[in-house]
Structure formats: structure tokens, C-alpha cells
Design a protein around this ligand. Structure first.
Ligand SMILES: [Zn+2]
Length: 102
């Protein structure tokens, strides 16, 4: 059993790492990926769920932190009601249904 206090600290660290990932993603993409990876390791270890907002902010394949318009293409598919994110670094596509609020 993981004490709630640890998990709180873990979520705090995850938020910090994602912030760093965002800040570094333009100039130091590799460092930024590393921050995302560290955040994921912490999330796994302490069984912390990532908020949806963070879950959709990076590539689940190559861990690049996404900057819309730069390293990711975001498209709405109205017929299927999905938002599609295509990572420009590895080409992986991720789709999320919309209609339900984030
Ligand atoms: Zn990718």
C-alpha cells in the first residue's frame, strides 16, 4: 500500500516534470522526452493517474512533448467524432473521441 502522502508528492513531481518538458521541448527535445519519461516512471511506481490534460500532451510512442502546430498535427474528424493527434517525430497517431468534455 502506498501512503497517500507519497502519492501527493509523486503527483507534484509529475506536474513539475511536465512543466519542464514543456519548457524544454523547443530547444532541447531530447531532454524534454527524458522529463516525460521520468514523469511516467514516477506515475507508474506510485500508481498515480495522469490528468487527461497531461495524458494528451505527449506522444505515447516516442514520449515527445507535443507543441501543437510544431511537432504534432491535430485534426478533428467530425464524422467519427474523434480528435486525431499525429506525432511528427515518430508518425504515430492517437485518437480521442470528443463530445464528452475533457
Ligand atoms: Zn511520437
Amino acid at each position: 500500500m502506498i501512503p497517500p502522502r507519497w502519492r501527493r508528492i509523486a503527483s507534484e513531481r509529475i506536474r513539475i516534470l511536465f512543466r519542464l518538458a514543456r519548457e524544454e521541448s523547443a530547444k532541447h527535445p531530447e531532454r524534454s522526452k527524458r522529463y516525460v519519461e521520468l514523469a511516467l516512471v514516477i506515475a507508474k511506481k506510485y500508481k498515480v493517474r495522469l490528468p487527461k490534460k497531461l495524458k494528451r500532451s505527449y506522444c505515447h510512442e516516442c514520449h515527445a512533448f507535443w507543441r501543437i502546430g510544431t511537432n504534432v498535427t491535430v485534426r478533428l474528424n467530425a464524422r467519427e467524432r474523434v480528435v486525431s493527434y499525429v506525432c511528427k517525430e515518430c508518425g504515430k497517431e492517437r485518437r480521442y473521441p470528443y463530445g464528452q468534455e475533457v
